[in-house]
Ligand binder design. Structure first.
Ligand SMILES: Nc1ncnc2c1ncn2[C@@H]1O[C@H](COP(=O)(O)OP(=O)(O)OP(=O)(O)O)[C@@H](O)[C@H]1O
Ligand SMILES: [Mg+2]
Length: 355
């Protein structure tokens, strides 16, 4: 076992007991490479979402920097003698210092390269979820499905976050990220259909039949993969490629050489995910029959680019897809879909505690 780093809370210690409307027990947590989101609901059914960048930055500790952070009203913690700023403000500071933020996760999982990942995740999650409202409150947290193209250990990742949530006083239950999309977006279809979460680190696919996942997998080609490849072919930094991509590209009408490169890698990524669903669905035993056409729903930040759904339709029209598709659509709010789906699962669990 590695030694636990000591943490002191600096300016403005986090999270006083939550004030506001009384909340129903049961929370959802989207554990993402780029963003962490929590979802709770009050007794009127209003869903409250909180989000933070899954990032941090460390700053030398001295009077000047301490005063600066206090003046900026930025919270920090002291970890191994450095001042650490977590979440969204870490991005602002990275700009001020012209540095990159540090990332506790990479490619959908806890980062093996980041020694301080765990205490940082604990702080971020504690700040998002707050204290449990009842003893052992259920929290459903999203985990990736087994990747098809990377040698990564989902079991370890799942265990680490389960342990962390238990230490915060919760009763943690893992749920596949693609399954969360099914719960959030396919309620009118008896939770039958295909949910795909297109994130920063990966795509998470779930083919579900009457709430149960029949087929699920992940690919390690998400938004970061596009940025890396676009950066390589254009000879620019990956962060510049991210900015270009998020600035409002329309895949139906790429104007510049940069936009063409983004378009090309998007098409390849979508084709790859669809081809893999086809291959696995056709080769696996015990796949459900879908007598009626089903919806295919996309969520996650990577699905936000203009023309995304058109490219999916375009690629589908070029292949013999084994599942009859009714609608191809993007979630109304692709960014919060996973957290909302995890909350649906938590609420169902709280209603039926013995199941
Ligand atoms: N408008 C946009 N157009 C294209 N891509 C975008 C846009 N906004 C955000 N993104 C991309 O979405 C990705 C982050 O999405 P999201 O927050 O769903 O990921 P995540 O859940 O943290 O990651 P993962 O699920 O892979 O662990 C980043 O690659 C980001 O560049
Ligand atoms: Mg995600």
């Amino acid at each position: 076992m590695t030694e636990r780093p000591s943490i002191d809370f600096g300016h403005a210690a986090p999270r006083p007991a939550a004030a506001g409307p009384k909340l129903r027990p049961g929370k959802g947590l989207d554990v993402g490479t780029a963003n962490l989101l929590s979802a709770v609901q009050d007794y009127e059914g209003n869903v409250i979402i909180k989000a933070q960048r899954n990032a941090f930055i460390d700053i030398e500790q001295n009077d000047f920097t301490r005063n600066m952070l206090t003046k900026m009203d930025v919270q920090y913690v002291v970890l191994n003698n450095k001042m650490i700023v977590i979440g969204d403000p870490a991005f602002d500071l990275a700009n001020i210092y012209n540095r990159e933020t540090r990332r506790p996760m990479a490619d959908g999982m806890i980062s093996p390269k980041e020694a301080d990942a765990l205490p940082i995740e604990k702080l971020l999650i504690d700040r998002l979820l707050g204290a449990p409202q009842v003893q052992n409150e259920v929290v459903y947290y999203s985990v990736p499905a087994e990747p098809i193209d990377a040698d990564m250990n989902v079991v370890y990742h799942k265990g680490i976050f389960g342990d962390l949530l238990r230490k915060l006083g919760y009763n943690p239950k893992d749920i596949l990220e693609g399954h969360c999309i099914v719960f959030a977006e396919l309620d009118e279809d008896d939770f039958t259909g295909i949910g795909i979460s297109c994130g920063g680190g990966m795509y998470n696919v779930c083919v579900a039949y009457k709430t149960l996942p029949a087929l699920s997998f992940s690919t390690s080609r998400g938004g970061d993969w596009i940025d890396r490849n676009v950066a390589k072919v254009l000879g620019i930094k990956a962060s510049r490629a991210t900015a270009l991509k998020e600035k409002g590209v329309d895949l139906r009408n790429p104007h510049t050489r940069e936009q063409q490169a983004i378009d090309l890698y998007y098409r390849e990524q979508i084709r790859y995910a669809l081809a893999e669903i086809k291959k696995r669905f056709e080769s696996s035993e015990n796949m459900p029959q879908f007598p009626d056409p089903v919806d295919m729903v996309f969520a996650g930040g990577t699905s936000k680019i203009g023309g995304f759904i058109d490219v999916v339709k375009d690629e589908l029209s070029r292949m013999q897809f084994p599942i009859p598709i009714k609608n191809v659509r993007r979630a109304e709010d692709p960014f919060t879909s996973c957290a909302r789906g995890a909350l649906v699962a938590a609420a169902a669990d709280e209603d039926n505690p013995d199941e």
